[in-house]
Design a protein around this ligand. Structure first.
Ligand SMILES: [Zn+2]
Length: 234
């Protein structure tokens, strides 16, 4: 629920920044982490402000970019590749003569991306994000109105799959698009349940089960075990 700082690499990847106050330390220490999640951990003395720390972080940009760049965790999205989107294996094809992007078959297993080669990855990403958002909204509509969010945002963070504020603003990791459909649906129901319980009490979990149905534990286990792989592309 806490505000999250993010360090954006020049390739657009957003690295969550976790700032910790440490008793007895006299300096700010930066620790980029690559496994199991990509994050930057910073410890600082109590009296040092967060804004000072973030400025310090920016001054070390070259070094940080280098560390994350050389970590080979990403696979480049290319035409003719098959990737899993919302639980379906989808083949990506490229047609430079097309302006838009669309599925070319009813089963939605072939996705044609239009535009120039330099835009392929970004267009594919935008299309997938849009699809996820549409699907999340569909899932929300199946629940009673009292659970509905006031606003939905898609984000790219590695430390959480979703969040819900006290005012009902929800955010979801757009990478849930690469998870099995039921896992993505679980995260949606989890956040919707926070509209009623802002904690993880037994009552909260009862609501999750009510909304999601059987299999909450299985979905949670899947995320713990495989969540990091959702960051393989883009
Ligand atoms: Zn929660």
């Amino acid at each position: 629920m806490s505000a999250e700082n993010v360090f954006t690499l020049s390739n657009g990847e957003q690295i969550p920044v976790i700032i910790e106050n440490r008793r007895g330390v006299r300096n700010v220490t930066l620790r980029p982490k690559l496994n199991p999640v990509r994050e930057i951990h910073i410890s600082k003395p109590w009296l040092t402000s967060n804004s000072f720390v973030l400025k310090f972080l920016e001054s070390k940009r070259k070094w940080i970019e280098h560390i994350f760049d050389k970590a080979p965790t990403k696979e480049k999205i290319k035409p003719d590749m098959t990737i899993e989107i919302l639980g379906r294996n989808v083949k990506l094809i490229h047609d430079t003569t097309m302006r838009g992007n669309c599925y070319v078959n009813e089963e939605k297993t072939i996705l044609c991306i239009g535009g120039g080669a330099d835009m392929f990855e970004r267009r594919a990403r935008d299309f997938i994000k849009n699809e996820l958002l549409t699907e999340i909204k569909k899932i929300i509509k199946t629940t009673p109105r009292k659970y509905w969010p006031t606003r939905i945002t898609l984000r790219d963070t590695t430390s959480r799959w979703g969040s819900c504020s006290t005012t009902g603003n929800m955010s979801f990791s757009w990478r849930l698009a690469f998870a099995p459909y039921e896992v993505m649906r679980y995260v949606v129901m989890h956040e919707l349940s926070h509209r009623e319980h802002m904690d993880h009490s037994a009552e909260f979990w009862a609501t999750v089960s009510e909304l999601y149905g059987f299999g909450v534990e299985r979905a949670k286990r899947w995320l713990t075990k495989n969540g990091q792989h959702l960051h393989k592309y883009f």
